[in-house]
Design a protein around this ligand. Structure first.
Ligand code: SAM
Length: 618
């Protein structure tokens, strides 16, 4: 037998020049991992990964892989591993979904995407991040140029540990990973492996080459860095290095598409996992920002088109904070955690423990419990329970706030305690059943009439409290929570156990309705948006624009701003709807000794939903 190394070549060149030098239709398998966008600087001119924008990066790779397609055999298979990136901006960083965008544009460019594999790293880096799940996996895309190819489908998840690297190269993938991928190739029985030529166009330290050679394949390894070429020579025992002069190439122009807004779902639940694509798009179109609760949306197919569409909502005031991978045993699919871009409360250390029905609320004393009001930027303490539900849980409480005011607050025990509201036509008072037109008087909504809101009465039931009483009662001082000075009082114990009340909006306020209402009232008064801006303190332009938006980027004025708006337009009819708040009991406990559980979930769908419910109830 001939010396196999004769077939094995290192090309020291820029990736394009290297690929260009290969004969057409000569490569059976490509396994590679290009530099990830803005991850590390390889320190040479012409390197991939340091482009200004993800689009520019994607455009270059699409062009490079277009060249590569000519070199691939008709039945050839291309495994592409690439990691993602959290992109910083004012507010919460968001997951760029760059690998999926690249895969999407490669498909547009003519590639066939056969599969998306998940490389899960059981020994991933431990992480102390609290406000999202730690990343524990990377995708590997399986491309080909024709439908009939050598790819053999197996499980979508590859569990392969990270390997400490030989040599100096830090971004290596494990040899075991390359082995797993080669397992997914249909080799003709009894054929000589050396007839299958492998290519790694971003060879790095030569992991692909080392494994390929070990298993008898022949290979070509392209690498631009001289330093790494030496490492490859050493690791793969290849002496010959071919150098090829640089040739210029034109990146493909990548243009982001418009987000497809379908219909709105005004009653969007925070967790939705569906196998209906329309329902998924509808949900995606309906997420509003300005909510402090994350949304979890999943489509039960690993579909690159839907992932691409999902990625676009990062441009609409929202942040994709995680792409969770769910492996139910029969199916592997992503679930996106989507939040407001700058305002959301999420702490993995705190997941709510459901009220145990066995608790005897009558025996609990809630005075002294802390109340956190992020909507109005204040905090307080319960000074008296003035009415309870039949089961003894507080229903009306008096709260003393840190600005020394006292207020009477309604407490929710169960969602069914939320008073009803009714949406009616402002012209004829008939209940609204359709979002465009009143089915009773045919008024066009938001033109001839607006949506008026009828509330179920909610009469405050608190005793009148005098400040002196409160302060003299047990020496409450307002440096709470730490110096709540009443020994082992219920309030103090509650704080130690992580129990407190938080203030939330009583109604599930619909941003689009509020926005239409503001616009209606503004026009009624003959004012323009500019007039509104001019009548508000300086610096409100940006906020006002968001209040009037009806797409996903819209937001609801916070209470303080609502009061300012009321001085300009007559919007008091919506006061209760927008301003009304309630208290909810929050019991927190650490999820698991400070360790971030990561973004890969092996569980049944039902269990996952149960878990996510706990997560959003925080
Ligand atoms: C993520 S590393 C590959 C690591 C490899 N899979 C391993 O296990 O060692 C990417 C490699 O691409 C190389 N590279 C970056 N830009 C290049 C270019 N324009 N042409 C050729 N190689 C390039 C870098 O030098 C780096 O070694």
């Amino acid at each position: 037998m001939k010396d196999k190394t004769l077939f094995n070549t290192i090309i020291h060149a820029d990736v394009c020049s290297g690929i260009n030098s290969l004969p057409d239709n000569s490569i059976s398998i490509v396994i590679t991992s290009p530099p990830y966008w803005k991850q590390r600087d390889y320190g040479f001119k012409g390197q991939i990964g340091q482009e200004e924008t993800p689009e520019e990066y994607i455009g270059k790779l699409v062009a490079i892989f277009r060249l590569l397609r000519n070199k691939l055999k008709e039945d050839g298979v291309f495994f592409l591993n690439i990691g993602d990136k959290y992109i910083q901006r004012y507010g919460k960083s968001y997951l760029g979904l760059i690998p999926y965008k690249l895969a999407y544009f490669m498909e547009q460019d003519g590639w066939i995407l056969n599969d998306i594999l998940i490389w899960y790293k059981p020994n991933h880096m431990p992480s102390s991040i609290k406000d999202r799940f730690a990343n524990t996996y990377e995708p590997i895309f399986v491309f080909s140029k024709s439908q009939s190819n050598m790819y053999k489908k197996q499980s979508n998840v590859l569990k392969v540990k990270l390997q400490s690297s030989e040599g100096k190269h830090i971004a290596v993938y494990p040899e075991k990973l390359v082995e797993e991928l080669l397992q997914r190739i249909n080799i003709i029985p009894y054929s000589s492996y050396s007839m299958y030529h492998l290519l790694d166009p971003f060879a790095g330290s030569g992991t692909t080459g080392k494994v390929a050679i070990k298993h008898g394949f022949s290979c070509t390894l392209i690498e631009a860095s001289k330093e790494y070429v030496k490492i490859i020579q050493d690791r793969c025992k290849i002496d010959d290095v071919v150098s090829i002069p640089f040739i210029d190439y034109q990146p493909v122009e990548v243009k982001e598409e418009e987000f497809k807004i379908t219909q709105f779902n005004t009653n969007l639940p925070n967790i939705l996992i569906t196998d209906n694509k329309d329902e998924y798009y509808k949900a995606l179109s309906s997420i509003t920002n300005n909510t402090d609760i994350p949304y979890f949306l999943g489509f039960k197919e690993f579909d690159i088109g839907t992932i691409y569409q999902t990625s676009l909502i990062n441009n609409y005031g929202l942040s994709i904070r995680n792409m969770l991978i769910v492996n139910t045993g029969d199916n592997v699919f992503p679930v996106f955690m989507i939040t407001d871009k700058d305002k959301y409360l999420f702490n993995l250390d705190c997941i709510k423990v459901a009220h145990k029905s066995s608790i005897d609320w009558h025996s609990k004393d809630f005075t002294g419990y802390r109340v956190s009001d992020k909507l109005n930027d204040r905090f307080g303490v319960i000074v008296s329970v003035d009415e309870t539900y039949i089961n003894g849980f507080p229903k009306w409480v008096s709260v003393l706030w840190n600005d020394k005011s006292v207020s009477c607050e309604y407490v929710i025990y169960d969602e069914k305690d939320i008073p009803n509201i009714k949406l009616v036509c402002s012209r004829c008072n008939a209940e609204i059943t359709n979002k465009d037109e009143c089915s009773s008087c045919n008024a066009i909504l938001w033109k001839d009439a607006y949506v008026s809101i009828r509330y179920e009465a909610l009469q405050p039931k608190c005793k009148e409290l005098k400040h002196q009483n409160i302060f003299s009662s047990d020496g409450l001082s307002f440096n709470i929570p730490v110096s709540l000075n009443h020994g082992a009082s219920p309030g103090k114990r509650a704080i130690l156990q992580g129990e407190y009340f938080f203030v939330g909006r009583l109604y599930d306020v619909n941003q689009k309705i509020v926005s239409n209402f503001l616009e209606y009232k503004m026009k009624e008064k003959g004012l323009s948006r500019r007039d509104i801006i001019n009548n508000l303190p300086s610096g409100y332009r940006y906020k006002v624009e968001h209040w009037f938006r009806k797409d996903m980027g819209g937001s609801i004025p916070i209470p303080k701003d609502w009061l300012l708006l009321k001085e300009i337009i007559d919007i008091s009819e919506y006061d209760d709807y927008v301003l009304r708040t309630c208290l909810k009991l929050q019991a927190v406990k650490p999820l698991r000794d400070g360790k971030n559980i990561g973004d890969y979930f092996e569980m049944e769908e039902g269990k996952l939903v149960e878990f996510l419910e706990k997560v959003i109830e925080m």
